[in-house]
Design a protein around this ligand. Structure first.
Ligand code: GLV
Ligand code: GLV
Length: 320
């Protein structure tokens, strides 16, 4: 009997075909609706492998229902949707997809930084709603990017890829990370600083850390109050690293100048969320890695990790 695999979303056919060659698969056959929890709880009962997305909460309770489960392959670099400790205790391998999305996510982060600094969305709306009557000296003026100081919190792969882009704009690059990255510092001519200094000195503060118990609410009222009034906060990492209520108040009171957000505490963010009432917030729906090529690579890598784990070989990227 072939091992059984459950796939929690319709991924491209090529990927399904590849998995289907070796395993008995069942799939939640929707593209834009996540699998309901009760369905997932039923499906997981007899499977050997789970191919899932960040929209699935793979907690202890779910893992307890899956006596056969050997691998959870997450099609994402982040894995805060999975209870890693519980998986480890049960001897279940967890895999993720780092590397393939680094450049694409850094691209989006820089795009969001630029869109926020130069008020691109607001300007586009201004034109379309007929507000553009004349060229005017201070109309829709934003913040300069070239030559500004960027503070990157979290210097992993994506942080480093962002620093490279910032260098191209002659930015002064500061970073904060749990550990110093000496060779990167030298290569990119960037400076390690404590978090408070980074917040005080940066024109752009970019969050590039994973979501862990240590980074929950890392940026809250106190941290926002240290930032410059002209500064911009960019978060393409995970919602919940920035406290949204505190961010709303800081933006509303003009303690910081603007924010660009790709990620939220609740996804999708509710349409009556106060942040969405502010003109100085640019929001996009968690599209950091969303290029056609990169999403294909992530799906391929997630399939490959799953296949290797179920053949008792070492997957390319093992979390636990
Ligand atoms: C997406 O957010 C990912 O973690 O890959
Ligand atoms: C993810 O790839 C990271 O290490 O930043």
């Amino acid at each position: 009997m072939k091992p059984k695999v459950y796939i929690t979303r319709r991924v491209p056919d090529e990927i399904i075909v590849k998995i289907e060659k070796e395993f008995d698969i069942r799939i939640w056959d929707e593209t834009d609706v996540p699998v309901p929890r009760e369905v997932l709880e039923k499906e997981i009962v007899d499977v050997d492998g789970l191919f899932c997305l960040i929209t699935e909460t793979v907690d202890r309770e779910l893992l307890e229902k899956a006596p056969q489960l050997k691998v959870v392959s997450n099609m994402a670099v982040g894995y805060n949707n999975i209870d890693i400790k519980a998986a480890k205790e049960k001897g279940i391998t967890v895999t993720n997809t780092p590397g393939v999305l680094t450049e694409t996510t850094a691209d989006l982060t820089f795009a969001l930084l630029m869109a926020t600094a130069r008020r691109l969305i607001e300007s586009s709306d201004y034109l379309r709603e007929g507000s553009w009557k004349t060229w005017s000296p201070m109309q829709l003026t934003g913040q300069d990017i070239y030559g500004a100081t960027i503070g990157i919190i979290g210097m992993g792969r994506i942080g480093a890829a962002l620093a490279k882009r910032a260098k191209g704009f002659d930015m002064n690059v500061l970073y904060h990370n749990r550990s110093r990255k000496l060779s990167l510092e030298k290569d990119l001519n960037m400076k390690f600083v404590e978090l408070d200094s980074l917040l005080k000195e940066s024109d752009f503060v970019c969050i590039m850390t994973p979501y862990t118990p240590e980074t929950i609410d890392l940026i809250s009222a106190r941290e926002l109050s240290l930032m410059k009034k002209t500064s911009i906060l960019i978060n393409t990492a995970r919602g919940g690293i920035v406290n949204e209520e505190d961010l709303y108040h800081a933006l509303k009171r003009g303690e910081i100048w603007a924010a660009g957000l790709d990620v939220f505490e609740q996804e999708p963010i509710s349409l009556d969320h106060p942040l969405l009432t502010l003109p100085n917030v640019v929001t996009v729906p968690h599209i950091g890695s969303a290029s056609i090529k990169t999403r294909m690579k992530m799906a391929e890598l997630a399939a490959e990790n799953l296949l290797l784990a179920l053949k008792n070989q070492t997957p390319k990227h093992v979390v636990v």
